[in-house]
Design a protein around this ligand. Structure first.
Ligand code: MN
Length: 295
């Protein structure tokens, strides 16, 4: 099969000036299953300065998946959770109808930070529901051929991640310690995206390095993954998301009016998003969408 696409990431900044690479959404691809956002940050030296600083900001209509290879991030949210996350652990925040949170490097920290934040669009049946937060300190791990597989969300290899999800999807870390070649079984009803966090790999004959996304359509039973040296990849997949979403800033909605209204609600400080306690800094105001009527 040749139905793959290669997408370059684009450099952007996160919070107070951290340089990151955004791989999704991108021109020509909005979603992979319900995955609607893929950010790769680092590896970056956070020994000097204040490290990651993303002040209180809101979300609706999505789940955030935070995954680290190195370092530590401290999450605080309007439900009252204050949760550090370290490599191999999962922070999963379900925004539902509204939540706010901050993310920062802790005061005492390792010099390097490296990870990814991914968003999952919530279906209509869940997106108006209550916000929630889960921390999973350990996740199912299996060895498959030459790859160490950590199941972040979803099911694979007879294992199921404890993370709560609301549409059929999967997310896993694939870690090669050395040269290897594996036919990794995948769900044929899922479309998939592959990003490399560390090292390089060849997936279905396509070389890939950090900062690029490879997309594979449905109908595949396996993905051939070859590495010549140690490498760490993220594989995301899911049944193509049929609902038409619209994203603005930190919001996943369905139409322009909703996104204007929710941006104004955050800026007006209404209760919907709660309050983040303990972050030493200002909340981030929502930029109004360009289609917002002057009023
Ligand atoms: Mn956020």
């Amino acid at each position: 099969m040749t139905d793959f696409q290669r997408f370059p990431g684009r450099a952007t900044t996160l919070g107070e000036g951290m340089q990151i690479v955004r791989l999704l959404p991108t021109l020509g691809r909005r979603t992979i299953g319900a995955w609607c956002f893929l950010d790769h940050f680092g590896p970056v030296n956070v020994a000097a300065g204040r490290g990651m600083r993303v002040g209180p900001h809101p979300h609706i209509g999505l789940q955030t998946v935070t995954w680290l290879l190195e370092g530590e991030v401290l999450h605080r949210d309007s439900l009252g959770f204050t949760q550090p996350i370290r490599p191999g652990q999962l922070n999963l925040m379900t925004a539902g109808r509204g939540i706010s949170h901050s993310e920062e490097s802790p005061a005492q920290r390792l010099p390097r930070l490296h990870g990814a934040q991914l968003w999952i669009a919530l279906p209509e049946s869940r997106r108006h529901g209550e916000p929630a937060f889960e921390h999973h300190a350990s996740l199912p791990r299996v060895e498959y051929a030459g790859l160490g597989v950590t199941l972040i969300v979803g099911e694979a290899f007879g294992q199921r991640s404890p993370a709560s999800i609301h549409t059929p999807l999967v997310g896993m870390e694939l870690r090669a310690r050395a040269s290897q070649e594996t036919q990794l079984p995948v769900h044929p009803a899922y479309e998939h995206g592959v990003m490399v966090l560390k090292g390089t790999a060849t997936v279905e004959g396509q070389e890939i390095a950090p900062g690029e996304l490879l997309y594979f359509g449905t109908g595949r039973k396996a993905l051939g993954i070859e590495t010549r040296d140690a490498a760490t990849l993220l594989l995301v997949g899911g049944v193509p998301f049929e609902e038409s979403i619209l994203m603005w800033w930190n919001f996943v909605g369905r139409n322009r009016e909703e996104l204007v209204a929710v941006s104004r609600e955050w800026n007006a400080g209404i209760d919907r998003f709660g309050r983040v306690n303990g972050y030493d800094g200002e909340r981030i105001p929502a930029p109004l969408p360009p289609w917002a009527a002057e009023a």
